[in-house]
Design a protein around this ligand. Structure first.
Ligand code: SF4
Length: 429
């Protein structure tokens, strides 16, 4: 038996990154296996490794030893064999930010919403194995047929950004905003506040939006969704990602002074008296630990070292970074932009490293590198390792269904309302 594969391929095999810079990792803990962090109050190695798993979050039990000690080759062989046995009864979904060792087994690769929809196109699948993070599996369960079961291979694969807005804090915020703004519509029929939640949020918050006339957005359609909300509300409460909210509202012409930030740990979000009366978008104090690493200095360095470089960043990056880039867009936008470039082009990309490295491998005619020279993957995606995938697939073969993510019916019904509003919110002609 070959030695156990406990490393992430991208730091094991590269001495230099795609831009020729010495490869440096954000933490030596990246060379450790996800199960070594079970029971530790952190998500694991990566850019959000300092983020603490919130109390009450689902915890992964100990992965059986046979999966912890198996070689990479053995795990891949077992995954393939289990998939063959299960046939169309199982579909494996892989998020763009997953490591290659997982993506190679995925039936579909995409962003969270593409994947939730993809699950619906596999009519025979009784089990949807979602190689992503917890909120994505919840969304898949909401959109799946009642008899389908959604499985998250490692229950500790949460999302630190999604966890920054919990249902209790948002309810408390809402009560304070109702006390401040009242509940009456204005002469144009617009209610005082429309809640808008990013897809990267719990099912409970999507349900909150469904209940309060609100809506869900993705990084692809945030502009359309904000316009939808402004037609119906005098202002918007946007959570959990302050950066996506700020970047999108700014694009729509909302001045920064009308986008106060709500700090859930402080009364009235940290604002005194009438300071919120003129607000157009109230931004939640949340962020993605991966995307907040990108800086304007990195863009300047990329331009100095690679004249003509095209810089594309994700809108979860801070505003100054989005403003300094050539363009900003969702993971799907980034992928399509690279695929559409007809001439050999140098791209500096500001998003998660697994996706950037995969683009570089897929489009060798271009020079593609990550803006951040430090290798720092999403620590929560890191939790999905082939050992966990083999474990859940072999359990399915035995007729067991471990790690089911089941959103309660009442929550799912309200969350679906907010998701359907999003699907109906068509861009203006
Ligand atoms: S990249 Fe950021 S937003 Fe996406 S799952 Fe990881 S922590 Fe959450």
């Amino acid at each position: 038996m070959t030695s156990v594969d406990t490393t992430i391929r991208l730091i094991r095999t590269t001495g230099r990154d795609a831009a020729g810079r010495p490869a440096e990792a954000c933490s030596p803990a990246l060379a450790r296996a996800p199960w070594e962090f079970d029971g530790v109050l952190q998500y694991g190695p990566g850019s959000s490794m300092g983020d603490v798993i919130p109390a009450g979050a689902p915890r992964q039990g100990a992965l059986p030893e046979e999966y912890r000690t198996a070689s990479a080759e053995e795990l891949h062989a077992r995954i393939r064999a289990a998939k063959r046995t299960l046939g169309d009864r199982v579909v494996i979904l892989g998020h763009f930010y997953q490591r290659d060792e997982i993506v190679q087994h995925a039936d579909f690769l995409g962003d969270s919403f593409q994947l939730a929809n993809a699950a619906q196109t596999v009519p025979d699948a009784e089990a949807i194995v979602f190689c992503g993070v917890h909120f994505m599996a919840e969304t898949a369960d909401i959109l799946a047929r009642p008899e389908q079961r959604v499985i998250l291979p490692n229950l500790a694969a949460g999302c630190s950004m999604a966890d920054m807005a919990d249902a209790d804090s948002v309810e408390e915020c809402w009560e304070q905003l109702e006390a401040l703004y009242g509940t009456e519509s204005d002469a144009a029929g617009r209610v005082p506040v429309i809640p808008v939640t990013y897809m990267n949020s719990s099912a409970a918050l999507k349900a909150f939006c469904g209940r309060h006339g609100g809506i869900v957005c993705t990084s692809s359609n945030a502009e359309t969704v904000l316009e939808w909300a402004f037609e119906r509300g005098q202002r918007v409460l946007f959570f959990p990602d302050q950066h996506l909210g700020r970047n999108t509202a700014k694009k729509l012409g909302v001045p920064l002074e009308r986008m106060p930030m709500w700090d859930p740990r402080r009364p009235l979000g940290g604002h005194a008296g009438d300071a919120l009366l003129d607000a157009r978008v109230i931004l939640w104090h949340g962020f993605c630990s991966v995307h907040k690493r990108f800086t304007v200095a990195q863009i300047e360095q990329a331009r100095a070292e690679h004249p003509g470089v095209r810089v594309i960043v994700h809108p979860e990056c801070p505003m100054a970074v989005v403003d300094a880039a050539d363009e900003a867009g969702s993971t799907d936008h980034i992928r399509r932009a690279v695929a559409a470039a007809s001439e050999p082009t140098t791209f500096a990309i500001g998003t998660e490293i697994n996706m950037v490295n995969r683009l570089a491998a897929e489009f060798p005619q271009h020079e593609i590198f990550c803006l951040d020279p430090v290798v720092c993957p999403c620590s929560t995606m890191y939790r999905i390792h082939p050992g966990y995938l083999a474990w859940v697939l072999e359990a399915l073969v035995r007729g067991e269904t471990p790690n089911v993510i089941a959103v309660p019916d009442a929550v799912a019904a309200e969350a679906r309302i907010a998701l359907e509003r999003m699907l109906d919110a068509k861009p203006r002609a």
